[in-house]
Write a protein that binds this ligand. Structure first.
Ligand SMILES: [Zn+2]
Length: 388
């Protein structure tokens, strides 16, 4: 008997999780990519200002590479930034692209690697599987423990005032993801908390994903939740705790590998309009709706939530429903201890905004389709009302 439905699983080819690895980037690159001579480091102005990019840049130069830094990436990068970055890569005659930053920098790095050596225009690669041909070698180095973008095959581009397009293609999986907690030491506690909760949501939603749940994603999601729940508050309370920081990076990456193959669902679907309309950061948007979506899903997903409760709150006992509720309470507890906002009102959302939020959430059909329980527009509005 085979209890597992057919599934496919993809991820990046190489992972290095090593404290101080960014300072040895040159060695890692020459070992894996002996032909690489001209590297483009892709980051944002905020990370550039920390000075932390100097260490990997110096390591690359010491290993004999020419290094150019493109540092104009902004959150929710618009098309114009992507095109400017591609032009910079061509001008530098880049032969290896290295994303170093949060999800936006890594997303732009993916698109540069695909477009710099191609004659496909950006507009032609939106959607699923539309990238043609090979790309430049691609290395991803996250500086937050949250998005998991270093191991996903998707990049998001802002195409209008609030409209976004996604590029999903196997070429977007990097050749190498490198995790070094020394790059995350400057993250303030509230950012550490919100991004860490986002990673926990990736694990929870992958584990309950309706259509593509699979044994590999399950293993990754469980291990991710264990690492993230044991280290998130530690990393918030002492931002210099390198062991906690490295565990967070590893947890966020494992969750990324899980949800890249078993996609996220209603928490993300309801979080996107909060970010899109009210410019609330992604991790916080997720955290605001998380407990209310989990309670809504419980009639269908309590069994799976109870399994995850064993990891996050091992002391939980009682019925399946009681243990599922213990998971919800544990996630709320993390938000309370970390001090991040907990209601929609705290981020400036009013009752009169709920209809617009619910309408926008219903447009996230791809994500809602992965949810363990069907979400109607009335359900979405009720979840927002509970989160108000
Ligand atoms: Zn997310």
């Amino acid at each position: 008997m085979n209890d597992f439905p057919a599934f496919a699983f993809s991820t990046v080819a190489h992972v290095v999780s090593e404290l101080g690895a960014a300072g040895r980037l040159g060695e890692h690159i020459t070992q894996r990519f002996p032909d690489a001579k001209r590297a483009l480091l892709v980051t944002d102005p905020g990370f550039l200002k920390t000075g932390l990019v100097d260490v990997p840049a110096a390591s690359l130069r010491a290993a004999g590479l020419q290094v150019e830094v493109y540092s104009n990436v902004v959150a929710d990068p618009p098309e114009q930034v992507v095109l400017e970055a591609v032009a910079a890569a061509r001008k530098h005659r880049t032969d290896i692209v290295i994303g170093i930053g949060g999800g936006s920098s890594m997303d732009v790095a993916k698109l540069i690697a695909v477009l710099a050596g191609s004659d496909q225009p950006l507009g032609a690669i939106y959607g699923i599987g539309n990238v043609k041909g090979a790309r430049l070698p691609l290395v991803q180095i996250p500086t937050t423990a949250g998005t998991g973008s270093e191991v996903t095959n998707i990049a998001i581009v802002t195409t209008g005032a609030t409209t976004k397009m996604g590029v999903v293609a196997p070429q977007l999986y990097a050749d190498l993801a490198l995790l070094d907690a020394e790059l995350t030491l400057g993250l303030p506690p509230l950012v550490t908390a919100a991004t860490g909760i986002d990673a926990m949501v990736h694990a929870i939603e992958a584990y309950t994903s309706r259509h593509k749940k699979n044994p590999l994603s399950d293993l990754l999601a469980r291990k991710a939740l264990g690492l993230l729940s044991a280290n998130l508050i530690r990393a918030c309370e002492n931002g210099r705790d390198l062991a906690a920081r490295q565990a967070m990076l590893l947890g966020a990456m494992l969750a990324g590998q899980a949800f890249s193959n078993a996609p996220v669902a209603a928490v993300h679907a309801l979080a996107y309009p909060i970010g899109g309309i009210f410019h609330v950061p992604h991790g916080l948007s997720n955290s605001l709706v998380l407990p209310h979506v989990l309670r809504f899903n419980a009639p269908e997903a309590a069994g799976l939530y109870a399994e995850l409760a064993e990891i996050v709150v091992p002391e939980a006992s009682g019925s399946v429903e009681a243990r599922a509720e213990a998971l919800v309470v544990a996630m709320q507890q993390i938000a309370i201890i970390s001090g991040i906002e907990r209601t929609l009102q705290q981020v400036g959302i009013r009752e009169t905004d709920l209809d617009r939020l619910a309408d926008d959430a219903m447009l996230q059909t791809r994500l809602l389709g992965n949810n363990p329980r069907t979400v109607t527009r009335d359900d979405a509005r009720a979840i927002y009302a509970a989160a108000l």
